[in-house]
Design a protein around this ligand. Structure first.
Ligand code: SAM
Length: 207
């Protein structure tokens, strides 16, 4: 809570509470995918924390995509503060209609946004359309490690008493099943990684 008793918004939470998870998630995705060059999209990027972490580790040109004007403004500010203005570019767009040509994105990352998407099959089809051959899309709700998830949960319940319930709902098997079904409908290969830190559906397009 701030001094007026109001809960802080997501930009504050990403910057001050979730901050340690992004470099861990980015390092894991870059290591597992082996993708370090080309174009990376951070879909539903918020303040582009994950996209910035990918940009810091790779030579990739990152686009932070979010449908919120405010998040795009904050992403731009954050990229500037990290001296990554040319490398991380905000783009206001909806994941259900992405303004990118076919086969252009080498790596797509999306954390914590999928739970708000209105039509998973449509969004997943857009992702598979723009994914480059040999590319991967990591869509999910991970917290990096079990320990980071526990630490963040502890801090989050202090500002949001419903955190545990909401978090369990987001990472529920129903949500994972809906994502798997959307993955199946893309007709490109997908797999699921699930552990104590959360889950990811990983779409990959053959070369
Ligand atoms: N990925 C960021 C992170 O992990 O810090 C932000 C997660 S925040 C919980 C969810 C974000 O998804 C918000 O910034 C919201 O504006 C964005 N979002 C939700 N639905 C979207 C859509 N259909 N298209 C683009 N962005 C969307």
């Amino acid at each position: 809570m701030d001094e007026k008793g109001k809960s802080p918004g997501f930009p504050y939470i990403a910057e001050h509470i979730f901050a340690p998870i992004y470099p861990v998630i980015a390092a894991h995705i870059v290591k597992e995918s082996g993708i370090k060059r080309g174009i990376c999209l951070d879909l539903g990027c918020g303040i582009a924390s994950l996209g910035i972490a990918v940009a810091e580790l790779t030579d990739m040109q990152v686009y932070g995509v979010d449908f919120s004007t405010e998040m795009c403004r904050l992403s731009k500010d954050k990229a500037h503060r990290y001296c990554l203005s040319g490398k991380v570019i905000p783009l206001q767009a909806d994941v259900h209609l992405l303004p990118f040509r076919e086969n252009c994105a080498d790596l797509i990352v999306s954390r914590g946004s999928v739970f708000f998407w209105k039509d998973l099959p449509v969004a997943f089809r857009e992702i598979s359309r723009i994914l480059a051959p040999g590319g991967q899309a990591w869509i999910g709700g991970g917290f990096g490690t079990k320990e980071l998830k526990a630490m963040i949960s502890e801090k989050m319940v202090e500002i949001d008493p419903d955190w545990h319930t909401a978090s369990k709902k987001r990472l529920s098997s129903e949500n994972l099943r809906a994502m798997q079904e959307a993955g199946r409908q893309t007709e490109i290969p997908y797999r699921v990684v699930q552990d104590d830190s959360g889950f990811w559906v990983i779409l990959s397009k053959d070369e």
